[in-house]
Design a protein around this ligand. Sequence first.
Ligand code: ADP
Length: 934
Amino acid sequence: MERSTKILLQVSQMLLKSGPMDLDMSLVLSQLRELSGAKFGIYNAYSDDGMTFQNKAISGFPQLVQKAYAILGFSLDGRNWEISPERVKEISVGMPVRFKDLYALAQSALSRNTCKLIEGAIGTKSIYVIEINAHGKTIGDFILFFNRDSELQNPAEATTIANMTGVALHRQKSEEQILQKEKNFRAFFDTIDNYLFILDMNGNVLEYNKTARDKLLYEPSEVIGKSVLNLHPASRRDEAATIVKEMLEGKAEFCPVPLITSTNKLIPVETYVKHGVWNGKPAIFGVSKDISALKESEEKFAAAFNLNPAIAGLSLLETGEFVEVNRAFTEKLGYSKEEVIGQKSTDVLKLDPKFRNRNVTKLSSEGRIFNEEGIIFSRNGDPIDVLFSAEVLELNNRYFNYTTGIDITHRKRLEESLRENQLSLQSQTNRLMALIAHLPGGILLETHNRKVRVVNQRFCEMFGIPAPPETLLGADCRQCAQAAGRLFTAGEDFTSRIEEILSEGKPVLNEELPLNDGRVFERDFLPVKLDEGINEILWYYRDISPRKKFEQELEKARLRAEESDRLKSAFLANMSHEIRSPLNGILGFSDLLRGTILSKEKTQEFAEIIFNRGNHLMRLINDIIDVSKLDSGQMKINPVALDLDALLREISHSFSQEMKLEGKGNIRLELVSPFQPFWIETDEMRLRQVLENLLSNAVKFTETGTIEFGYHIRDSYLQFYVKDTGAGIPEDMQESIFDRFIQAAAHNEKQYGGTGLGLAIARACTRLLGGDIKVESTPGEGSVFYFTIEYHKAGMNKPGISEELPDTSLLNHDTILIAEDDDVSYRYFKEVLGEYDLTLLRSTSVKDTVNIALGTEPVKLVLLDIQLTDGEGWEAVRIINKHKPNLPIIAQTAYAFENDRQKSLKAGCNDYIAKPIRKDELLKLIFKYLGKNK
Ligand code: ADP
C-alpha cells in the first residue's frame, strides 16, 4: 500500500472512531503535513457566524514556531483573526489553493517585511490553503508551508482529508449541541420547584424531577416504572385512580389529591396535566404545585376571620350575597350563619342607602374603604355604631367583598357622655366665670407658683389697671403686688404683708387697706386646696370707701345727737332759769304794788321793772317761736320803708334804759351814725331783732368798757357791727355759736343763762335779708359781730306812725267796737282808752261783731281779735266789708304768727296791731283812723 493511501486510511479511521469530544486536530494536521510534504502546518477554526477564525493547532518544529512568534511579537494561540470574505471565496474551490508567499496569503494583515522575516525564519516559501467545508459552509482551513523548492504532494488525498475533517467536525458539533440541550433540559427539569412527573399511558412514572425526589424521599427504584397512584395517600387512592384514568383519557386536567412522602407526610398539591410525547411515545406530563403554604394561609385566614372581634363578612362582589360571616357577626347581630349565607348583605344589615351608595362607589373606584363610620342594625333592631372597612379580594378568579365593622357603640356612648360632661363642665365654668366677672369685689386667683390664674374686671378697675383682665393671665403676682403697693398708704408694707400672709397660709378676713387717694379697701385671703399639697391663692378685695364714709358720718351723727341731747338738757335747764328770773321780778314787784301804798316814784320804778321783765319774757317766747318757724320754713320777711337812723336811735335809747336797770350803767353805749334820716326798705322787725339780740349779748357778756354799734354802706350791702369789750369768744367756738343751743364753753364758770338760740335766729334773719353774720373776737378783750343785709333804698318817705304821741284831744265821741273774747285783754283796752272821749262797745263772737258793726250804733272803727268764741274773725271782716266798705277794721294779731298779719290785710282789714299791744302804738293807730285833722 502506498504511503499516502496508508495515511488516508489512518486518518479516516481516526475521524470515524472519535467521539464528540475526543477529535484530535493536531494529529489530523500532522498526518496532513506528512501526506503533503509540508514543512509546517496550521489548522484554523472559523467562528459559527463566519466573522473570525482562531488558530487551533500548529504542526512543525517547535523552535521554528517560537521564532515566528518572536518576529510577530505575539503567539497565534487563542488569537482571533478577522476572516476576509474574498479569501474565503478564493479557497472555496474544492482543492488546495497555492499562494506564492506569506505576504500574498496575509493580505496586508502583516507587513511585507514581517512576512519575509517569518519566511526566512521558518525557511518556507510557497503556501497552500485547503478549505474545510461542512454542508456547503466553510468552517475552517488547513495552511501548509513548503520549502522554497518543494510543492504540495498528493493534493487529492489532502483535499479528501480536509473534506473528512469537515464532516467529522460537523458531526462533533451536532453531538455537542445535543449533549448540551440534554444538560439544559435536565438542569431545568431539576431546578423547577414544582413536582414534575412524566407518565406513560398506563400511569407509570417514566421520569420525575429533583424536587419530587428530594421532597417525596422515595428511592428512584420505588418510583420509576411504578404507578403514580403509589405517590398518593392510600385513603384517597381510589379518587386519584379515577382522576388519573380520566386524565389518561384526556377528560381531566386537574387533580386535587395530595401527595404522600415515603415518611407518610401529606403534601397538599394541585396537579395539572398535559399530553405529549416522551422518547417518541405518547406520555403525560404532570406538574404538581405544593399548596401547603396556601393551605396554611387559608387556614390562618379562616381562623383570623373567625376570631376577628370585628364583625366580618365575605360576600360576592357581583351579587352582594354573603358567602361567609364570622363569629362576631353572628353574635353581635343575632343571626345564625345559615340565616345569613346566601342572603344579600343589604337585606341583612339595613344600611342607610346613602351611606351604602357612597361607600360602594368608593370601594369600586379605590378598591378599598377604610374606617368609615356608619350604623347597622342587629336582628332585633338595635343600632350598632361601626367603623367599616372593606376590600375587594380575588379568589380563584372570583371577586369578593371582604367587609369588617368594628363595633364602636361603647366608644360612642363614652364619647357622648364625655361630650355631655364637657358641655356641662363648660357651662358650669362659664357660669362661674360670669359670677366672678360680676362680683362686686375684685378677685385675684394665683397659682401655687404665684402666677395670675383668674382675675376679674372689677379687680382691674379697683387697681386702676387699664388693660382687660384676660391680658393679666399668667402674669407674675409678685411684680403686680409691687406695682399695686404704690396705691396704698402702707406702701412697701403692702407687699411684705402679702408675703407674710402667704407664709402663714391661714385665711385672713376683712383686712382694711387705706389708699393714698382716700379710698379704703378690705381684703380677704383664702388658700384654696386643689389636690394634695397644691394650693392656689385667692384674694378678694372690696372697696369699702362708701361704707367707711357712711360709718364716719354715722359716728358724726352719733356725736351730734349726743351733743344735741346734751344741749337740749342744758337748754331746758337754762329755759327754766330764763323764765323764772323775769317771772320772779314780775310777780314780786306786782305783789309789792298790790299790797302796800307806795310813793309815786316807787310805783313808777316797780312798774318799769315789771314792764321790762315782761318784755324780756316776751323776747324769750318770740325766740322759741322763731326757732320753730325756722324749722318749718315759715320765717318770711316783710319789707317796709323805714328810717334806719330813727330805728338805731330808738334801739340805743331803749338799751340805755335797760343797761341802767341791769346795773350796767357803767358801760358806755355808743351809736355811730350820721344822725340824719336814712330811708331804706327792709323788714324792720327782723333788723331790729338782730340788732337787739347782738346788743343784749354785748351787754350780757361785758362788765366794763364800751359797747359800740353802727353801720357802713358797702355797695349793695349795709354792714352793721356791734362791738364790745367783754369776755370774748374762744376761737374754736366762733363758728359754732351761730348754731342753735351752742354756748361758748369759756363762760361755763360764770352762769350767764340764755338759751343759745339768739345767734342762730340772728343768722337766719340776716340770711333772709340777703346777708350773713360773722364774729371777730379775742377772748378777754372783746368781740365784734358783723352782719350784712341787702341795701334797698326806699324811694320816698312813706307815711308811718309818727314818733310823737298824737294829740288825743282831737278824738271826739267816736264809737269803737272791740271784738275780744278775753276779758283781761278787753279790760286793758278799757283802761287805755277810757280816759279819752270815745265810746267802747264789746263783742265776743263773730255773730255779735257783725250785728253791732252793721247795727244802729255809729261804729267808726273795729278792733278785731282773730280768735273769737264762735270762730275766726275773717268771716266778720268779709261781711262788714261787704256792707260797710268804709268802716276801718284793725286786726289784733299775735306777733308770732306772720301768717295772721298777711292774712288779715288780705282778708280786708285796713291795718293790724301785734299783741302784746302797747299803749302808745294803739293810740297812734286809732288816731290814724279817727284823728280829726286827717
Ligand atoms: P345766749 O346768749 O342765749 O346764750 P346766743 O345764741 O345769743 O345765746 O349766744 C350764744 C353764745 O355766744 C353765748 O352763750 C355766748 O357764749 C356767746 N356770745 C354771744 N355774744 C357774745 C359776746 N358779745 N361776747 C361773748 N360771748 C358771746
